[in-house]
Ligand binder design. Structure first.
Ligand SMILES: [Zn+2]
Length: 441
């Protein structure tokens, strides 16, 4: 099957929206693609420059090359996904798949039956439904896929298993941020129109304000997010077709709509170099959690996953030098994730503390002390603030006094709402998984 022509001009996107003008998000998308604030993906280098060093790419060839060979028709995708569903249900009988959630005791069809029904409709492009499957784990597809090598991810620290979203025609993907990972999304069936905005400070501030407003007015969340989308700057739009892969960098802001019955499989990777920027983003992530009703359990799970990588960083797993050499290296030679972490320490530690259990916070404290002692050198220099404490002084004491929060250390706030049903979208990330329309308008 020859790959379809790429649809990355404004004319392509407008034609696609006009052909499906009655779908819920077509009007909003038409408004967004025609404003001067945004452009088609096929744009001038100057316009693309609005993304800075972050580039959204759309490549024809899927990185999951074996996947596409195996699941080349909608009927084949259907059969594969029905098996994945079955496998997952056997492994975890309490697993739920549909969004919005189905209450099995009162709804006519169970969650599992609804999910099966959705998958069975994959060969029918115009099928619409109020439900979608945001994140179906796909161990079989994962096993037969080969993942991309990407020079923007030199130290893959966390990788997710392949999962698939099943989105009936017209499913809106409301305004949301891509989490801290880089995601690779290959369309297996259907067609999706996307708007992707760069994660600039202005755009992220607007989105954080929107998340806060949504928390305060949950019933107006849909319209708050739609109106916020109109204020974002520098987005690019395109039609995502079968066989193409969208590479989405961390914290980009997305909005989209499935134009046909669609299935998109995705894979995410968090590079070690993204851990410090993610820790700096915790206030933003906190706003998302509040809107999403994420409770203590989900937040400390996230903190724990981050800490696992932080410990690797402190152990020098991503450096070419040994810790003992640190004090004699020049600034240039020291560059890397360990130095990034040490330099950012005072800014990030308070936020980080808020998502660690007391036990894990203590683990971090002891590790930091050990590291500082090791890299202090003969001048006994603190690697965080570059102060020399002088011979005989203890860097551990200095750390306790200067770089460890005095009060509330390791105490996770207990006042936030408990986890709701969102666990069904099982994921590492802070933010939404790449595609689930967790909050349909
Ligand atoms: Zn210091």
């Amino acid at each position: 099957m020859a790959p379809p022509k790429r649809q990355i001009t404004l004319k392509d996107v407008q034609a696609c929206l006009s052909a499906n003008s009655t779908l819920p998000y077509s009007r909003l998308l038409r408004e967004l693609v025609t404003t001067n604030a945004n452009s088609p993906l096929k744009c001038t280098p100057k316009t693309a420059g609005r993304f800075g060093s972050v580039m959204v790419t759309l490549t024809k060839q899927s990185p999951f090359r074996y996947t596409l060979k195996t699941v080349s028709t909608p009927a084949r995708v259907r059969d594969v996904l029905l098996n994945e569903l079955e496998t997952h249900k056997e492994k975890d009988p309490s697993a739920r798949f549909c969004c919005p959630h189905i209450n099995d005791s009162t709804d006519a069809m169970s969650d599992e039956d609804t999910a099966k029904h959705l998958i069975n409709q994959l060969p029918h492009p115009t099928f619409t439904a109020p439900h979608c499957i945001p994140d179906l784990p796909c161990p079989y597809l994962d096993g037969i896929s080969s993942f991309p090598e990407d020079d923007t991810c030199s130290f893959p620290a966390i990788q997710t298993m392949l999962s698939t979203s099943v989105l009936p025609a017209g499913t809106p993907i409301p305004l949301q941020h891509q989490n801290e990972s880089t995601a690779y999304c290959t369309l297996l069936v259907g067609s999706i129109v996307w708007m992707v905005w760069p994660p600039t400070r202005e755009n992220l501030t607007a989105l954080q304000t929107a998340y806060d407003s949504c928390s305060a007015n949950p019933s107006s969340a849909g319209s708050i997010l739609d109106e916020t989308a109109k204020r974002l700057i520098g987005g690019v739009t395109f039609v995502h077709n079968v066989g193409e892969v969208m590479r989405l960098p961390p914290f980009c802001i997305i909005l989209g709509q499935a134009m046909k019955m669609s299935a998109v499989c995705k894979y995410s990777v968090v590079d070690a170099s993204r851990i410090v920027p993610t820790l700096k983003m915790l206030p933003f992530i906190r706003s998302w959690w509040l809107m999403d009703g994420a409770g203590i359990e989900r937040r400390t799970k996230f903190g724990s996953a981050l800490l696992d990588v932080v410990e690797e960083i402190l152990n020098g797993a991503f450096e070419t030098f040994k810790a003992e050499e640190y004090s004699v290296l020049g600034a240039e030679q020291r560059k890397g994730v360990l130095t990034d972490l040490l330099e950012a320490w005072d800014d990030i530690i308070h936020g980080f503390m808020g998502i660690l259990t007391a036990e894990r916070a203590n683990e971090l404290k002891e590790m930091m002390k050990e590291l500082l002692e090791m890299v202090g050198g003969v001048a006994v220099t603190c690697a965080i603030c570059r102060t020399s404490t002088g011979m005989g002084a203890s860097l551990s004491d200095h750390f306790d006094n200067e770089h460890w929060p005095r009060s509330g250390a390791g105490i996770v706030e207990q006042t936030l709402p408990v986890d709701d049903d969102n666990d069904a979208v099982g994921q590492f990330p802070a933010g939404p998984a790449t595609l689930p329309p967790s909050h349909q308008g």
